[in-house]
Design a protein around this ligand. Structure first.
Ligand SMILES: *[C@@H]1O[C@H](CO)[C@@H](O)[C@H](O)[C@H]1NC(C)=O
Ligand SMILES: *[C@@H]1O[C@H](CO)[C@@H](O)[C@H](O)[C@H]1NC(C)=O
Ligand SMILES: *[C@@H]1O[C@H](CO)[C@@H](O)[C@H](O)[C@H]1NC(C)=O
Length: 321
């Protein structure tokens, strides 16, 4: 081999290494680009990783304590020892932002509102609200009850008060406590939701963000006296990476919104001009888990009212005599 040939060979090797590098780089770019998405986004033209492919992106998504689940009320374990929650700071109004993150809309919270009780074992602070919905107000909740899918579901994400972010909290098997609230279609609109519904028109596209009129967490959830009936189980985040570190509480009392209000969420968009609809993960196998139910406290409240009414009636009759 002459010196000239040798350097030509070296050049070829270098070119080969260079092209291999380009090839590998493009491969890894394809892998990185394979974004997770909801089933409603999977089409022939638009390839993304739908829910059945999530375990490929994040192995925890294929675990055996995944969420959401279908709650079979006939099989829940009545648990008298699941007490009511204590809410702190839920009545305080706050200023925040609402963001279209390409998968949902979320409201970031400061952690000032806290919960304890409810057999949680520690204090948790509220960090985020986000929603899951269907198309134009039709079936879109993540949790289902006896197979019924509600039009929408809100997740109020809390983390143990000792942590500073959800990312940190998911490393603890009980680091996150999510409250799931189901919505029901109502005849009239729910004015307490105006700040959120009115903000949606300003954030149609991914990464759009707008400030939210001041509101309190209390204004978004049912009256606290109605929150003692709930389902409890151990599960996961419902989006990749599906960390199995969530104590779930799904409340029985629903939140009313009008059809118009529910449909407004369908005016948001995923990437590339497709309507942001069907933003829910299908229900996951329960496996060996148990679902607990706090008991029919709502019924006993009614019973107290009935007894009270009878007593008042007797008392009134007596006074009239
Ligand atoms: C929400 O996030 C924005 C930007 O990251 C921040 O400026 C704002 O203070 C946060 N709001 C709350 C209530 O934490
Ligand atoms: C929303 O996003 C679009 C596209 O990225 C951008 O053109 C527009 O200015 C954004 N609007 C707001 C309010 O951020
Ligand atoms: C966006 O959608 C349009 C129409 O459906 C399509 O022609 C275009 O290729 C899409 N763009 C991207 C970046 O996917």
């Amino acid at each position: 081999m002459t010196l000239h040939e040798f350097s030509g060979h070296r050049k070829q090797t270098r070119m080969y290494v260079f092209y291999s590098f380009l090839f590998l780089a493009s491969l890894s770019r394809i892998a990185a680009r394979a974004e997770w998405c909801y089933q409603s986004q999977v089409t022939c033209e638009h390839k993304c990783e739908g829910p059945s492919e999530w375990p490929k992106i994040a192995s925890a998504c294929g675990g055996n304590k995944q969420s959401p689940i279908n709650i079979v009320t006939k099989k829940v374990k009545m648990e008298g020892s699941l007490p009511a929650f204590k809410f702190q700071g839920y009545k305080e109004t706050f200023h925040s932002f609402i963001t279209n993150n390409g998968h949902t809309v979320k409201v970031n919270l400061s952690g000032a509102a806290q919960i304890n009780g409810g057999s949680l074992g520690s204090t948790y602070k509220a960090m985020e609200i986000h929603f899951h919905w269907g198309k134009n107000g039709e079936h879109g909740s993540e949790h289902t009850i006896d197979g019924e899918q509600y039009p929408m579901e809100m997740h109020l994400v809390h983390i143990k008060s000792t942590y500073s972010s959800v990312e940190e909290a998911v490393k603890d098997p009980s680091g996150v406590a999510v409250f799931g609230f189901l919505y029901e279609e109502a005849e009239s609109s729910n004015q307490k939701y105006d700040p959120i519904i009115n903000a949606l028109v300003n954030i149609p596209f991914p990464d759009n963000r707008t400030s939210l009129q001041s509101l309190s967490l209390d204004s978004l959830i049912p009256d606290q006296t109605m929150l003692s009936s709930y389902f409890r189980y151990e599960g996961s985040l419902t989006t990749p990476d599906c960390a199995e570190s969530v104590i779930w509480t799904v409340f029985e009392q629903t939140i009313p919104l009008s059809r118009n209000q529910l449909s407004t969420f369908s005016t948001l968009q995923f990437d590339n001009e497709t309507a942001m609809v069907g933003t829910f993960r299908p229900v996951q196998p329960l496996n060996s888990r148990e679902v607990f139910y706090s008991g029919c406290t709502v019924v006993s409240v009614n019973a107290v009212l009935v007894v009270g009414t009878i007593f008042t009636t007797i008392f009134t009759l007596n006074t009239i005599k």
